[in-house]
Design a protein around this ligand. Sequence first.
Ligand code: PXP
Length: 256
Amino acid sequence: MRLYINIDHVATVRQARLTDEPDPVRAAVLAELGGADGITIHHRQDARHISVRDVELLGRTVRTGINLEISSNERMVDLAVSTLPMQVTLVPEKREEVTTEGGLNLTSASVRGSLAAGLGRLADAGIRTSLFIDPDAVSVDETKALGADAVELHTGEYANAVGDREKATELARLAEAAARADAAGLAVHAGHGLTYENVVPVAALPLIEELNIGHSVVSRSVFVGIERAVREMKEIVEGAPGRVRRPGEWAPPIGF
Ligand code: PXP
């Protein structure tokens, strides 16, 4: 299991004052020292947190690997092709949203067309590609058809689920989508809304090989420092029971 730390919200604090601190480049160094397997950054079209400068400088300083989240907008893909991150995750983007609200709508022909163009350019540049999708069969199958290397399953519904029954339902959806993606030869990532409290059942899903976690870790880092906050998350993720489960066989872990 690889733990990628999303440092967007270090830049959010900087942008609150339009100054030069805290610098996400420093945060990335410390996150790597804390055991992050990679650094995730989301460059939005309005550059509300991560800027072009950050993408370029992080590209030259991060030693692990960068997972750049962008929309399939041509200008965003241009930036990826010129900075060559290790991986690009294509995500939907609405200007008015506070954070990414759901996975890509792969039932839309225009969305698929834009993704196909972006994925082609990224693959030609030698960049590994992933699509951020809701955990359903259609989205997994369309991701495969579009030729991406990986899916990132949106864990937001799981994170927002209330009560054991709802959580179990959402976890089963994630397990089923992970199994379908894995069977199709796609690498399986997951993220959004994961916290120190809710990450274990997701980390315990055996087919998920990469987690992207941001807000919870950056929030904790305000109090304990980012290196420690990352180390603590890494310990929790690595300590998750590695049980082999098939779709429909999910059982809540003790104390869940
Ligand atoms: N994965 C994707 C595709 C995202 O857009 C985000 C948020 O930028 C994350 C993971 C991380 O989510 P969170 O900040 O809730 O951990």
